[in-house]
Design a protein around this ligand. Structure first.
Ligand code: ADE
Length: 367
């Protein structure tokens, strides 16, 4: 749909209804009371990872530890990863850090003012660029996230698969038509908020909706069918077995290197098996573990974990191996042996951190 299909009056009317709804219903969220592009950027990156309620404490933590882009750029990456801990998808935190440095080094500490320029920063996609450009600088460019795709697809009856490249163009073009030229920031916030509060994914309460009279999905009872999303690829199951090798107050850990999502984070000695195994004895020998465990007292951690990633389902189990007064076994070079004090401050996948606390290696209530 373009401007040809929708006349100006219709667009004005749409905006009037939307902004009135927003004034009456918008939540008072911390990042909505700032025009600082740095803080807006932080909030958007966090909110890509989690919901508002869970994301707010992270926003507070980041803005108080790093009040300006200079502070974030000057921080060690490990500290940033540690503050990010619990949000998952650590490449976002790495990109955040890299982009802060870029803003400081290449842009003199000033964020670019247009979506076109902003999108050049590392890890910053079209949505986030548009959000920053509109919220901080009033650029009339539509910010289209999952919420907004849903609102548009339903109201205007767009059946294009929202994960297809064609959808990007189509929804963006409609967004350009709809966006208020006078107040693009409010338009974008309102569309996001409308998707989050009223036009929710499951069982929206359409009877009280301000767009009821003009909504395609309501008229055709197509709320469940829209937006159209191609079927997800089934997540591949992987079986990870971790060995917590320790003696007294010291644990063996390694920093993960490479391209994975846990790159830069520390974890235990790990063996991946091709299939699930109930007992350690079933796979210890075939995976060459006996020499590693010799001399240690092995105790399985009762709870198994399932960790869902975008395309993977990780089945994770842990074994504690206590070497008492003895030295830990010889380990490949990548491993280090760390005192528990230090372990607490290293960045770790949340799962590793949880187990360390649950098994009493780290304090339960430490931040
Ligand atoms: N989700 C993504 N961006 C948001 C914002 N600015 N306000 C509320 N929820 C959001």
């Amino acid at each position: 749909m373009t401007e040809d299909d929708m006349d100006k009056v219709e667009v004005l009317c749409f905006n009037k209804i939307l902004s009135k709804w927003y004034i009456q219903n918008a939540r008072d969220l911390l990042w909505r009371s700032t025009r600082d592009p740095y803080k807006i950027w932080l909030s958007e990156v966090i909110l890509q990872q989690t919901r508002v309620v869970q994301g707010t404490p992270y926003y507070v933590k980041f803005t108080s530890n790093y009040p300006t882009v200079y502070d974030l750029a000057a921080a060690p990456l490990q500290e940033v990863l540690r503050l990010w801990q619990g949000l998952g998808y650590y490449s976002r935190a790495r990109n955040l850090h890299a982009s802060a440095r870029m803003v400081v080094e290449e842009y003199g500490g000033e964020f670019p003012r247009t979506a076109r320029e902003l999108v050049k920063l590392k890890g910053l996609g079209a949505y986030t660029a548009a959000a920053i450009a509109s919220f901080a600088f009033d650029e009339p460019v539509p910010a289209i996230d999952g919420n907004v795709y849903r609102v548009m697809a339903r109201i205007f009856g767009i059946e294009t698969d929202i994960l297809s490249p064609a959808a990007k163009k189509e929804f963006f073009s409609l967004g350009q038509t709809l966006i208020s030229q006078d107040d693009p920031a409010t338009y974008n916030q309102a569309m996001i908020e409308f998707g989050a509060l009223q036009c929710v994914p499951v069982a929206p309460n359409c009877e009280v909706c301000v767009f009821k009279a003009r909504c395609f999905a309501y008229a055709h009872q197509a709320q469940d069918r829209l937006p159209v999303k191609a079927k997800k690829i089934k997540a591949r199951s992987r079986y990870l077995n971790y060995f917590i090798l320790y003696n007294g107050q010291r644990i063996a850990l390694k920093e993960r290197v490479g391209k994975g999502i846990w790159n830069g984070l520390y974890d235990f000695y790990e063996i991946e098996t091709q299939e699930p195994h109930g007992q350690l004895e079933d796979f210890a020998e075939s995976y060459g573990l006996n020499h590693l465990l010799r001399g240690g007292v092995v105790e399985p951690v009762d709870k198994a974990f399932v960790h869902l990633l975008t395309h993977q389902k990780l089945h994770v189990r842990f074994w504690k191996v206590d070497f008492g007064q003895q030295a830990l076994p010889a380990l490949p070079e990548a491993y280090g042996v760390f005192d528990l004090d230090r372990v607490g401050s290293l960045p770790k996948p949340i799962l590793i951190d949880q187990v360390l606390r649950q098994e009493g290696f780290l304090e339960q209530d430490e931040e």
